[in-house]
Design a protein around this ligand. Structure first.
Ligand SMILES: [Zn+2]
Length: 115
């Protein structure tokens, strides 16, 4: 979500990419292990390709934001499609990020766990 580290990916797809990679949205780039970076890289390619396919299938006018296929974005309070845990929202760099706390665990104590 930090455009200084990687730009041109919007917040909705940032959420989906991090969900696919199993990375918590509050994870700093410096905290990513080599295996995390590899999963993140692969997830960027896979999720963007999936998004393009889903938007094309929806066949909506170009000005319509197709979002019905997204798995975590704007799904706060709903069940994760993988594990059933409640999707949560957290602020990251002034933006909302949606994530599954079970599929995307955080390993660093730098935010309050409100449960
Ligand atoms: Zn989950």
């Amino acid at each position: 979500m930090d455009q200084r580290s990687l730009s041109a990916i919007g917040n909705a797809y940032s959420d989906e990419i991090l969900f696919a990679a199993g990375i918590h949205p509050k994870t700093l780039c410096s905290q990513l292990a080599g295996s995390d970076i590899e999963r993140l890289y692969n997830s960027i390619k896979e999720v963007i390709a999936w998004g393009i396919t889903e938007v094309a299938k929806a066949a909506e006018p170009v000005e319509v934001k197709v979002r019905s296929h997204l798995k975590v974005r704007n799904r706060k309070g709903r069940a994760c499609i993988i594990c059933g845990t409640t999707i949560r929202r957290v602020g990251v760099l002034g933006y909302d990020a949606f994530f599954c706390p079970r599929c995307q665990p955080h390993y660093w104590e730098h935010f309050i766990n409100w449960k």
